[in-house]
Design a protein around this ligand. Structure first.
Ligand code: HAM
Length: 425
């Protein structure tokens, strides 16, 4: 017998009994984003490969090693999107959205061929925000206030905020030269990966997780010492705004991010509760990207949250478990006998019309009274509604509480709506 086909490594099914925290996260986040005036955008999962190469950068891990790229039937190279920023910028240019400031958000799966481990997957999900057309530190603050509010409504405390400024192009170039000189002078302490990065993307050496590199990285020059006047003022005002709002943060001069498009403000929200994959939300400013992709120069800032990591925190938190799952059914309609079975779906529709938002499951597929009742009980519904041949003939239904003590009683079919409405309160 052939082996059953299974999901691809690093790509996971989200099963109904685990969906509660996902919905809580997605609904809560959406409410906050809407309350700050952000509009949702949806872009395709697949884009031309060139888009990601030109935005994320040719010599980044994502583009060099992690993209799912393939030729389509006409020979174009396409890629599953590894992140959402590039697609948003492409869409904003393509549809002329950059004529005024825009606050956009999106959510959906992203794809990176990384080595799967806890908190790191090949298909993962992000909710992200991209703001176009605003250059001041006030909007950098706003996106952080917004994330802070999301943590608060989800009951997530214990996240740390790390920030840094990457300055502007020339500032970074001068810094890079100094960093390269320093690293070359300490060549004997570099691992193989860092030697390679020294050639291609030296700032990423600072991101090395190799404990043997800790000392040499600690002694490296820092970019904050290379900021020009305007970048320094932007960063200081950004920090002052966080202080004024009471948001605690740590300036981490080694925070460089793994995508090439950033300038000035960058940040990460980090938890210590998930092991090595502790960054739950990350982003920053990318003022050059729109022009780089052919649009008119437009400042921009954004972030993306990793939903798998946030769900892991929610599952470990005090509000995990059954209470986080979707609300239970109000009723399960049991119908036994040919005529009752035939009448049940129409009765269910009448009840749904009568009680907006009613959560009612109408049994399908027949079966004995006993077996249907068992299913009603297992469904978690609050009440069973019972329609047999006798009830149908008398124009009534049996009503039995399933989650509380109480006998079954009969109600006229046209009283059921009022009863169910009252029982929901
Ligand atoms: P990123 O740092 O590559 O940034 O990803 C953002 C977040 O997505 C990470 O902090 C993490 O929580 C989650 N994440 C990334 N890769 C994985 C993975 N393999 N498995 C599980 N979770 C993952 C970006 O994607 C930028 N587009 C963020 C941004 C938006 N910057 C400006 N605007």
């Amino acid at each position: 017998m052939s082996k059953n086909i299974q999901a691809i490594r690093g790509m996971h099914d989200l099963l109904p009994d685990r969906i509660g925290p996902w919905q809580r996260l997605e609904d809560g986040t959406r409410q906050v984003l809407e309350s700050y005036g952000y509009s949702e955008i949806r872009t395709p999962l697949v884009e031309v490969t060139e888009l990601f190469k030109r935005s994320i950068g040719e010599v980044t891990d994502i583009v060099e090693k992690e993209m799912y790229s393939f030729p389509d039937r006409s020979g174009d190279s396409l890629s599953l999107r590894p992140e959402g920023t590039a697609s948003c910028v492409r869409a904003a240019i393509e549809h002329g959205l950059l004529d005024q400031p825009r606050r956009l958000w999106y959510r959906g799966p992203m794809f990176r061929h990384e080595r799967p481990q806890k908190g790191r997957y090949r298909q993962f999900h992000q909710i992200g925000v991209e703001v176009f057309g605003l250059e001041g530190p006030d909007i950098d603050q706003e996106v952080l206030f917004l994330t802070q509010r999301i943590w608060r409504i989800l009951g997530l405390d214990g996240l740390r905020l790390e920030i840094n400024s990457l300055g502007e192009g020339e500032e970074r170039a001068a810094y890079r030269a100094e960093l390269v000189a320093y690293l070359e002078a300490h060549d004997e302490h570099l691992d193989e990966d860092s030697r390679r990065r020294l050639e291609t993307n030296p700032l990423r050496v600072l991101d090395s997780k190799n404990p043997d590199m800790r000392e040499v990285i600690a002694g490296a020059p820092v970019i904050l010492d290379h900021l020009g006047e305007a970048s320094r003022r932007h960063f200081e005002q950004f920090c002052a705004g966080l202080d004024a709002a009471g948001i605690a943060f740590h300036v981490n001069p080694r925070l460089v991010r793994g995508l090439d498009y950033y300038n000035r403000t960058v940040f990460e929200w980090i938890t210590d509760d998930l092991g090595a994959q502790g960054t739950v939300c990350a982003g920053g400013r990318y003022d050059g990207l729109v022009a780089q992709l052919g649009g008119r120069p437009t400042p921009a800032v954004g972030f993306a949250m990793g939903l798998e990591r946030l769900v892991a925190l929610l599952e470990a938190g005090p509000q995990s478990g059954a209470t986080a799952n979707p609300p239970p059914l109000d009723a399960y309609l049991v119908a036994v006998g040919e005529a009752a079975q035939a009448a049940a779906p129409a009765l269910a529709e009448r009840l749904r019309d009568a009680v907006p938002g009613l959560r009612l499951l109408c049994h399908c597929g027949g079966g004995s009274f006993k077996s249907q009742f068992k299913k009603a009980d297992r469904s978690g519904a609050r009440h069973a509604l019972v329609l047999g041949e006798g009830e149908l003939a008398r124009g009534v239904a049996g009503v039995k509480p399933l989650r509380a003590a109480g006998e079954q009683r009969e109600l006229a079919l046209d009283e059921l709506g009022t009863f169910l409405q009252a029982a929901r309160r």
